[in-house]
Ligand binder design. Structure first.
Ligand code: GTP
Ligand code: MG
Length: 326
């Protein structure tokens, strides 16, 4: 991710974390309200309670593996009398959850604008409706805030509306959009866009792509061709191939993701619509099953609603811990 122009102040950081908590409200209600209920009844911490914790974890979609691991550890701690009360259980949960996500929480490293000799190219892929174009709009905003000049490429030529939608985001961000007619060859559009971005000495080019074609093989071939033509201008491009996943699609999204990773070299993930689901726990499954760096999370439809994925912040927002504690 582009570095913010200044390190966030404590107040700003508290604001960011507060908004993350708001966005994850539905998942949190599913997860930690269940836990809070459990502990608030003054229940003894025993094997039966641990079973209920397991049910709550599974209900929040953290996955069987992680739930098993946590439960085994809780039983172990109970035996060793290291599980005195509710807060001790929560702390153990937190440790496991952060650990499970930390391995994949890696931001996209983009050199500072002055150090970029050529445009840093981000190719955005994913099935239709997951939030590619919206994520591009938000990403352009983040790069602009970080002092980068940005060009967008309307590589989704499947529908005229897709080109219009990107142009709206271009206007909103005050950045140029390179586009051709609907039905044009996406590889030609993206090739032109990189030439144009290079001629303008732009720092970043973000390319939109279609999520749907007549056949899936067609789509994968088309993406491969886009990658190839970019490489003709700059062998290192695309520098980032960002696969966008919709958190509300659960297991189905994972299957789609695997198809993309087999066909194009995906280097990072953006997981969208975490504000619209009670199953934000799906991030644990994504982390485990895809093992691809999670760069960003989408927590709303607004221009500011794209966050770096930070494991501890995410888990704290799920477990409703006050920001900045530990
Ligand atoms: N609540 C919420 N909505 C989102 C988020 N990201 C995208 N959306 C919405 O999801 C819908 C689809 O987003 P698009 O950006 O058009 O998705 P796309 O992948 O470009 O779709 P196609 O171009 O049809 O392939 C829009 O209504 C967006 O506003 C998010 O993080 N939260
Ligand atoms: Mg789109």
């Amino acid at each position: 991710m582009p570095p913010a122009p200044d390190r966030p102040t404590d107040a700003r950081r508290a604001g960011i974390l507060g908004r993350l908590r708001t966005a994850l409200r539905r998942t949190r209600e599913n997860l930690s309200s269940g836990l809070a209920d459990l502990f608030s009844r003054g229940r003894k911490i025993d094997a039966a309670l641990i079973d209920e914790v397991e049910e709550i974890l599974l209900g929040a979609d953290v996955g069987v593996d992680l739930a098993d691991r946590i439960v085994a550890d809780l039983h172990d701690r109970l035996k060793r009398r290291r599980l005195a009360d509710g807060p001790a259980v929560l702390e153990a949960l937190r440790e496991h959850m952060v650990q499970a996500l930390e391995a994949v929480a890696r931001s996209c490293e983009v050199p500072p604008p002055a150090a970029l000799e050529r445009p840093f190219v981000v190719l955005v892929v994913g099935v239709n409706g997951v939030g590619k174009t919206t994520t591009i709009g938000k990403l352009a905003h983040r790069f602009r805030e970080g002092g980068y000049s940005v060009v967008l490429a309307a590589g989704d030529t499947f529908r005229a509306a897709a080109i219009d939608q990107l142009q709206v985001w271009g206007k909103r961000n005050g950045v140029p959009v390179i586009a051709q007619q609907p039905g044009a060859d996406p590889a030609a559009v993206v090739f032109d866009a990189l030439r144009s971005a290079t001629a303008r000495s732009a720092n970043v080019l973000i390319a939109d792509t279609a999520g749907r074609l007549h056949t899936r093989t067609g789509l994968m071939d088309e993406l491969a061709k886009v990658r190839r033509v970019l490489g003709r201008i700059d062998p290192a491009a695309p520098h980032e191939t960002l696969l966008v996943l919709d958190a509300t699609t659960g297991q189905n999204g994972l299957i789609q993701a695997r198809r993309f990773t087999e066909a194009v070299r995906v280097s990072g993930l953006a997981v969208t619509k975490l504000d619209g689901t009670a199953r934000g726990g799906v991030l644990f499954a994504i982390a485990r099953e895809l093992a691809i760096p999670i760069r960003y999370i989408g927590v709303g439809e607004g221009i500011e609603d794209l966050r770096d994925f930070v494991a501890a912040d995410f888990v704290d927002a799920l477990l409703a811990r006050p920001p900045g504690n530990g």
